[in-house]
Design a protein around this ligand. Structure first.
Ligand code: PLP
Length: 410
């Protein structure tokens, strides 16, 4: 290589996520399954196995089948999002989640990962502090460092104590300084599957308003609450809140890259300016297709029913997974999931290194899980049941292999 690479890229190269290492083995397994003694059981990533509802495919085909529509979809659109799609977001929020939203509060992005990065660029300076939860979604730390060229500081709010979900907002308050700009929460959580209570979320929002800090609530898994949804999904947005709403998981269109955020209109204007330099515009075909679904009452009803059925299915498999882990493997203390795709458990009684446990399970037992180290909690392990939601027997086979493995460690 003749040119030089940046300090940020060097950091990223030198600190690969453990999940990336797992993916290397998974890819190798796909190419050379004969090298492995057993079938690989993949419970590593957060990708749902069940497909998007048929109406999504039908509208996709309609867009491709109509010459005019297709041509329109090929053009650039407005940076902030298609007016028609932003209008659809207000309908979707109202009809699916019961939230009243104004179009001024909406901005569309190429998936929530990209949109979150734009919010980071619009809110953080060199030396700014961001508070993340521990455990927390693994990409945030990397994203903050990459987007701020390693100049922002990350602090962690511990939300698990003695193997229980116990967020204490006084402790959050103590982390805030005059440099704090942003707090990021996820509900339901990745990797923990926990949902903040109404009291906790309101207390966080009070603190954010009082201290002049933004609080981003990532609700990528809000359509997968196992019990009644918290009221904060449906009440109006509070002043300092940014609701990050990904359609990837809920509509099962992960590769389309479509998400929107609800935020303060002035902040949105700042984000739009940032996006003009980064993306030009979000995906037009994706917005057109989803607008057409939301704009049709019957199709929207299909989506609502799909979410209701999906939620029950994920709750059933999630809770069975939790029970099986608890009953089959002693001393791993899984957290009972309240929503989402994951069961998170503490394997530190067996090994202090979550990376070692995951590597052993992958290489010796062909079970792919994600190490807690990547989520800020060493010793813990994340099991994702989403990739086998239609074939849940795979989870129970994996748990039998895990049982054998953990037995061999004792
Ligand atoms: C909590 C959380 N937020 C965001 C994302 C990424 O979503 P998107 O596809 O909208 O970029 C993920 C993906 O796993 C996630 O777990």
């Amino acid at each position: 290589m003749r040119g030089r690479i940046s300090r940020t890229a060097r950091y990223a190269l030198e600190n690969p996520s453990a999940i990336r290492e797992i993916m290397t083995v998974v890819t190798d397994y796909k190419l050379h399954p004969e090298k492995y003694p057993r079938k690989l059981l993949y419970l590593g990533g957060g990708w749902p196995q069940d497909p998007a509802p048929e109406v999504v495919r039908e509208e996709f085909l309609k867009l491709g089948g109509d010459k005019e529509l297709f041509r329109e979809a090929c053009r650039y659109g407005p940076t902030r999002g298609e007016p028609e799609f932003m209008e659809s977001v207000t309908v979707y929020e109202r009809e699916i989640f019961g939230r009243k939203v104004a179009t001024e509060e909406v901005i569309v992005g190429l998936g929530s990962t990209e949109l979150t990065a734009a919010f980071m660029l619009a809110t953080l300076d060199s030396g700014s502090e961001v508070i993340l939860t521990r455990p927390g979604y693994l990409n945030y730390e990397r994203q903050i460092l990459v987007e701020t060229l390693m100049s922002a500081k990350i602090k962690r709010w511990d939300i698990i104590k003695d193997r229980e979900f116990a967020p204490n907002t006084d402790e959050l308050q103590d982390l805030i300084t005059s440099d704090t700009r942003l707090i990021i929460l996820t509900a339901p959580g990745n990797p923990d599957g926990q949902i903040f209570s109404e009291e906790t979320l309101e207390a966080v929002s009070d603190i954010a308003e009082d201290k002049g800090v933004w609080v981003m609530v990532d609700v990528a898994y809000r359509a997968f609450c196992f019990e009644k949804e918290p009221k904060y999904y449906s009440r109006p947005r509070r002043e300092n809140e940014i609701w990050m709403c990904s359609l990837s998981k809920e509509l099962r269109i992960l590769g389309w890259r479509l998400a929107y955020a609800l935020a303060d209109p002035e902040l949105i204007n700042a984000v739009v300016t940032v996006e003009q330099a980064r993306t030009l515009c979000p995906s037009r075909p994706a917005q057109m297709i989803v607008s057409r679904i939301i704009g049709d009452k019957d199709k929207l009803k299909v989506i609502k029913d799909f979410y209701d059925r999906g939620k029950k299915r994920y709750a059933e498999v999630g809770l069975k997974t939790y029970n099986a882990l608890k009953e089959e493997i002693p001393n791993i203390y899984p957290l009972k999931p309240m929503g989402g795709f994951y069961v998170f458990f503490d394997a530190s009684n067996y090994s202090p290194s979550s990376r070692k446990v995951c590597n052993d399970l992958l290489n010796k037992w062909q079970v792919a899980l994600a190490p807690g180290l990547d989520f800020g909690m060493e010793g813990w392990i994340r099991l994702s049941f989403a990739p086998v939601i239609e074939t849940p027997e795979v989870v129970f086979e994996a748990i039998q292999r895990m049982k054998e493995y953990f037995k061999s460690l004792k």
